[in-house]
Design a protein around this ligand. Structure first.
Ligand code: SF4
Ligand code: SF4
Length: 426
């Protein structure tokens, strides 16, 4: 696939001083049905008024590093756009014009508006044939036990709706979204639907995304030969988690194309977990490229899809596509003992907290909803996450519980996070 030359960039560093990566504003996402006043902690916004920064001299005239997405044969830059939290079409446009080619969205992101935005921008740019569209079908967990025929029908219907919103007759990769059990990975309804859509040319390739029990799912998928691509959380908090590294390497060796998400450790993690003096010392211009490069330096990862929401964030992330050697500051950041300790406080989605609530709340999903609200600044997606937790296992249980005893196998402050969720949503 031909890659458009990067546009020239200019005085971005000056502007970075005024447009900070983290902004303490709450975005009242449309579709958030009952978001109370969210605490102004660690929230960031997709500033729809923000204008593109000037051109970036650092990458002017250079070509991004590209890799091949496994057996799909699709060649893409190593950094692309995770569109989920973005609601500014100009940002999508700029991402494409800069040279990013893969756009990762999903049917349920912003209740379909995310796909509509991607479709509209690519249509305006007349760039559908130069772009790689990845989208996803999410079957809420309570419905995953329905008969396979109904699962298949749900997938077929949702995929058709996605095509309509994306204004295209096919996507490049269609994912089964948020897979955390091998049973669901192998659900006959999912497999039949994906196979049918592929045969019909409505998707060129099929895949799955996974946030929890990733090693097991990747390991199983490597042996199935069915899924062409997988999207997994992969960041520095997993630096010592050998089973995940092995599973990713095995999946890549089996020909799967691997995409990395949550590469910057769930965005604003450091506000809560990292000592203020380290935050001040390293700042976003060191920690973000360091974290993104760490993921990209694993060659089993074909590309990353960071979820930037501002032009400044995009520039920082995109610059990593042109070189993944660490600067001395980035290396120092990654080797800092305080940073490594803070990494133990990033949720790895291991699921070990599932049985720690004496009332039976779905603690891993509550922690995930917290991440969307307080780290991603996406209260609408947090609301959607809460809404699919079955009644009697969600925040409704927590309302009259004044002493949270749920806990983490690592150092995530689960009780504090659930307390913040209660303030915002209960
Ligand atoms: S909060 Fe802790 S125990 Fe729960 S999923 Fe995250 S890392 Fe695992
Ligand atoms: S607040 Fe109470 S009900 Fe909610 S997760 Fe914590 S212990 Fe369970």
């Amino acid at each position: 696939m031909g890659l458009q030359k990067s546009r020239e960039w200019g005085n971005s560093m000056e502007k970075e001083k005024t447009l900070t990566r983290r902004k303490f504003l709450v975005r009242a996402a449309q579709g958030a049905t009952s978001v109370a006043a969210l605490p102004l902690i660690g929230m960031r916004r997709a500033d729809t008024q923000e204008k593109p920064a000037e051109e970036n001299n650092a990458v002017a005239g250079k070509k991004p590093i590209t890799r091949v997405l496994g057996r799909t044969g699709i060649e893409i830059p190593i950094v692309n756009m995770g569109v989920m939290n973005a609601d500014n079409p100009a940002l999508v446009r700029r991402a494409f014009e800069s040279g990013m080619r893969l756009f990762d969205t999903a049917a349920h992101y912003q209740r379909g508006r995310n796909e509509e935005m991607v479709g509209s921008v690519l249509r305006e740019l007349k760039a559908r044939d130069q772009a790689v569209i990845v989208t996803k079908v999410f079957l809420p967990p309570p419905q995953r036990e329905i008969p396979a025929g109904q699962v298949k029908a749900f997938f077929l219907k949702t995929a058709e709706e996605s095509l309509r919103r994306l204004k295209t007759d096919h996507v490049d990769v269609l994912f089964s979204h948020n897979v955390w059990t091998v049973d669901y990975l192998k659900n006959p309804g999912v497999l039949e639907a994906l196979q049918q859509l592929k045969k019909q040319g409505k998707t060129r390739f099929v895949g799955f995304s996974t946030h929890m029990a990733m090693a097991e799912c990747l390991d199983a998928a490597a042996g199935m030969g069915f899924y062409d691509v997988a999207l997994a959380s992969f960041n520095y908090s997993f630096h010592d988690y050998v089973p995940l590294h092995q599973a990713l390497a095995k999946a890549a060796a089996a020909g799967m194309g691997l995409m990395a998400m949550k590469t910057q450790c769930q965005q604003d993690w450091y506000r809560e977990e990292m000592p203020p003096e380290l935050q001040a010392f390293y700042g976003g211009q060191v920690m973000h490229p360091a974290l993104l490069k760490w993921a990209l330096r694993h060659d089993f990862i074909a590309c990353a899809v960071p979820g930037f929401v501002t032009f400044q964030q995009m520039e920082v992330d995109w610059a990593c596509a042109f070189g993944i050697e660490y600067t001395p500051e980035e290396r120092k950041f990654l080797e800092d003992r305080g940073v490594k300790l803070a990494m133990a406080a990033v949720c790895r989605r291991c699921g070990a907290c599932a049985s720690t609530c004496p009332r039976g709340a779905d603690v891993p999903e509550l922690v995930r909803a917290h991440m969307y609200a307080f780290s991603y600044g996406n209260p609408g997606h947090a609301r959607q996450t809460l809404d699919v937790i079955p009644a009697g296992r969600g925040l409704d249980l927590c309302r009259d519980c004044d002493n949270c005893r749920a806990g983490c196998a690592g150092r995530v402050q689960v009780a504090r996070r659930i307390g913040q969720l209660k303030e915002a949503y209960a």
